[in-house]
Design a protein around this ligand. Structure first.
Ligand SMILES: NC(=O)c1ccc[n+]([C@@H]2O[C@H](COP(=O)([O-])OP(=O)(O)OC[C@H]3O[C@@H](n4cnc5c(N)ncnc54)[C@H](OP(=O)(O)O)[C@@H]3O)[C@@H](O)[C@H]2O)c1
Length: 230
């Protein structure tokens, strides 16, 4: 029987590329995003969809419940999400920080609680994070801080569930062309180009699959050489 994958924030960009590649690799798919087009996109891929937000617990519950009702199991979760609010470091409000943490940290914590004890035959959770989790960027303050915390959460989850065959890893993209970077930014990327969503999806598929079965609790940069720290 095919394995079953959930992909959140899946209507375009990296999320959609992951959903397409999972289906091409014989996974059955359940997708979430806020816009209604997610229903047609999922149906084109032979999967199911739930319309809702990664920042909302009830929407995540509906997604996980619908997946178990339809397929009876979940083997893979790709926790992609929207873009946390941006702005000058000290001008970001409490509401911005709360919204960003709901979107880019609590999404993973909530989904983990919903699926972990039901992944009876093991599983792989892959979170789309950011290069800012390794090298915090003033261009993306909330994303950097929330996703540094996500790396810590990932270590804890990986440690607790490794013996049950449930893994969690983070993919840390640099500038991917679903986000328009300016010329100055592109000049700072050693490969002098943005990445493509499909290149990120390729790494996600590897981490989702049994080919990576001895890997858990790790952060993987995919950034064209952008981050220089060792
Ligand atoms: N692109 C980059 O260079 C880059 C680099 C590092 C990290 N990231 C991170 O990677 C993630 C995806 O980036 P991307 O460039 O692929 O994005 P994108 O092309 O703008 O697509 C975002 C996707 O997320 C969905 N979405 C947005 N907010 C959502 C929410 N609250 N709940 C559910 N779905 C939501 C959108 O669909 P709806 O509008 O229908 O909801 C859409 O499908 C973001 O979290 C971003 O911070 C991106």
């Amino acid at each position: 029987m095919s394995k079953v994958a959930i992909v959140t924030a899946a209507s375009k960009g990296m999320g959609f590329a992951c959903a397409q590649r999972l289906v091409a690799n014989d996974y059955q798919i359940a997708m979430l995003s806020r816009s209604s087009e997610i229903h047609d996109l999922a149906s084109d891929l032979g999967g199911i969809a739930v319309q809702g937000s990664t920042g909302n617990l009830e929407d995540l519950e509906r997604l996980v419940d619908a997946t178990f009702e339809t397929y009876g199991q979940v083997d893979v979760v790709v926790n992609n999400t929207g873009h946390p609010p941006k702005g000058e470091l000290l001008e970001l409000t409490d509401e911005h920080w709360k919204e960003g943490f709901d979107l880019a940290l609590m999404n993973v914590i909530r989904v983990s609680k919903l699926v972990a004890d039901r992944m009876r035959h093991g599983g792989s959770i892959v979170n789309i994070s950011t290069f800012g989790a390794k090298e915090p960027s003033l261009n993306f303050p909330i994303s950097s801080v929330a996703r540094t915390a996500l790396s810590a959460y990932t270590k804890l989850f990986a440690t607790k569930y490794a013996s049950e065959g449930i893994r969690m890893n983070n993919v840390l993209p640099g500038y991917i062309d679903s986000y328009k970077a300016d010329e100055e930014t592109i000049k700072q990327i050693p490969m002098l180009r943005q990445g493509a969503p499909d290149e990120v999806a390729e790494l996600v598929i590897f981490l989702a699959s049994d080919k990576s079965e001895y890997i858990t609790g790790q952060d993987f940069l995919i950034d064209g050489g952008l981050v220089k720290s060792i």
